[in-house]
Design a binder for this molecule. Structure first.
Ligand SMILES: Nc1ncnc2c1ncn2[C@@H]1O[C@H](COP(=O)(O)OP(=O)(O)OP(=O)(O)O)[C@@H](O)[C@H]1O
Length: 249
């Protein structure tokens, strides 16, 4: 289980001559994520969603507070490995252009070490099938893939280490409408078949409602509401009500 305990984060303003105070981006964020669950983190641009995502992945450290996986600090690479992985919005820069699909999918396992090459050969094909692509893609390079296919490859790569949790940061935002729906369906099916859970970071409350069982709504780096998706229409905070109103309009 992932436990986020009163984390805060600030940044120095950009430009090293800029003497303005550090900007507080996250304020005392606390929540828990349980195995198998899909938690949506919803907020408008600049609310701190991606910053929170980077902290959850241990890419950056909070100024204060602790993020722990089964009681161990997430900043420890060994704790993250095999437990938590990520899919980002920009699938084009997520895949090394000189890697084949096979190499891209196997990259995390190779970095982790310990898997024999013969296993990785057959495993790459299996992962590709799990995301709805056939093995003919294994030797293709990323520029030959559509956006939806490239994002499926990123999902296969995120699955390769058998994580319990995948952090999806605006993972469908760059895809066309119908492809977004296909990827959402794929994520739902993978959760049902493999038991993998998600932290789904998005500005798109409708997409989150489709995939997530619970939603955390953040505004200016603060949690304003934590709500079960089935109770979404009963949100209390004016900000969450306004977000919902925009979707309904
Ligand atoms: N490395 C950084 N250095 C300085 N400021 C940063 C840095 N990363 C984020 N910020 C600032 O933190 C605030 C929150 O950014 P963040 O990207 O987390 O928001 P977001 O909700 O994900 O927005 P978006 O959906 O537009 O990406 C913004 O004001 C941003 O400029």
């Amino acid at each position: 289980m992932l436990k986020v305990d009163r984390i805060s984060k600030s940044y120095r303003p950009k430009g090293w001559l800029n003497k303005a105070h550090r900007k507080q981006v996250l304020h005392a964020i606390s929540f828990e994520w349980d195995r198998g669950e899909c938690l949506g983190i919803i907020g408008e641009s600049g609310s701190g969603k991606s910053t929170l995502g980077r902290l959850l992945l241990g890419i950056e450290k909070p100024d204060h507070g602790i993020i722990a996986w089964d009681g161990q600090p997430i900043t420890d690479r060994n704790v993250r490995q095999g437990n938590i992985s990520a899919v980002f919005q920009d699938y084009t820069s997520s895949i090394n252009p000189f890697y084949t699909v096979r190499q891209a999918i196997m990259e995390p396992l190779k970095l982790a070490g310990g898997s024999p090459p013969s296993f990785m050969e057959s495993y790459a094909g299996k992962l590709l099938q799990q995301v709805g692509m056939d093995e003919s893609y294994l030797d293709k390079y990323p520029h030959k893939l559509s956006g939806g296919e490239a994002q499926r490859v990123c999902i296969a790569r995120a699955l390769s280490t058998g994580p319990a949790c995948i952090v999806l940061d605006e993972a469908i935002s760059s895809l066309d409408g119908s492809v977004q729906m296909q990827v959402l369906e794929l994520l739902r099916n993978l959760s049902d078949s493999l038991g993998v859970g998600y932290i789904f970071i998005t500005h798109d409350i409708a997409a989150a409602a489709y995939l997530c069982n619970r939603m955390m709504i953040i505004q200016d780096g603060r949690i304003v509401e934590m709500v079960e998706t089935k109770q979404l229409k009963d949100v209390q905070s004016p900000y969450a009500k306004e977000l919902l109103r925009k979707v309904m309009a």
